[in-house]
Write a protein that binds this ligand. Structure first.
Ligand code: S6P
Ligand code: ZN
Length: 194
């Protein structure tokens, strides 16, 4: 039997997406160097002193006991690197039976989902939209709008995150701005290692 945890509560600022009294995890361009398609654009930006914040995560972490849940918010800023919209690194859960729920709060986004066997699924993410990410699907969120994309998430606290697979293999699709619109195209750098 797991130790009985004390119930906790937090306040969420729905406008800003922040969880009060929590320190966010901040991801800057330099943390995402290898994830963007146009590596040379990233290098030039960093060399000229530009290192914008791409996203922030406010997370209420629980002990990794079976049955407990982590939850929080992600604030993904608008912007592009070359033609590619800002995104989260993206990951698979280390536990293959760990699913996740996303609730859009603000902005205009896309969730790219892919399985290790080559299935791909694309979902839009916006205010009031709930997306269920079943176990086994890698997931990355992209901000394709002009304003900040904010969403709430909840997933098993013992899920674990596998970023390495995404770092090595990438996502099979990337999202680019073309003629003022978002376009999902094949990622030429995708290494289909199965
Ligand atoms: C965790 C959940 C989100 C992401 C967050 C940042 O399972 O999917 O909290 O962690 O949106 O994305 P990433 O890919 O950098 O963890
Ligand atoms: Zn996740």
């Amino acid at each position: 039997m797991n130790k009985l945890l004390k119930p906790t509560d937090v306040f969420l600022d729905l406008e800003k997406g922040i969880i009060l009294n929590l320190k966010p995890l901040v991801r800057k361009l330099s943390d995402l160097k290898v994830f963007f398609f146009e590596t040379s654009v990233v290098e030039n930006m960093l060399a000229s002193g530009l290192n914008p914040i791409i996203y922030e995560v406010y997370e209420c972490l629980q002990p990794e006991n079976e049955g407990e849940l982590n939850f929080g918010t992600t604030i993904l800023y608008p912007g592009k690197v070359g033609g590619e919209y800002y995104f989260t690194k993206g990951h698979y859960h280390l536990r293959h039976d760990a699913s996740e729920v996303y609730l859009g709060l603000k902005g205009d986004g896309i969730i790219l989902l892919q399985s290790k066997t080559g299935d791909v699924k694309v979902e839009s993410l916006k205010a009031r939209k709930v997306v269920y990410v079943p176990s086994g699907w890698g997931h990355r969120t992209i901000n394709v709008g002009d304003e900040t994309l904010i969403f709430f998430f909840v997933y098993p606290s013992n899920a674990g995150h596998d970023y390495e697979a995404v770092e090595k293999q990438g996502f099979s699709k990337i999202v680019l701005e073309q003629n003022g619109k978002s376009k999902i195209v094949d990622n030429p750098k995708f290494a289909n290692k199965g």
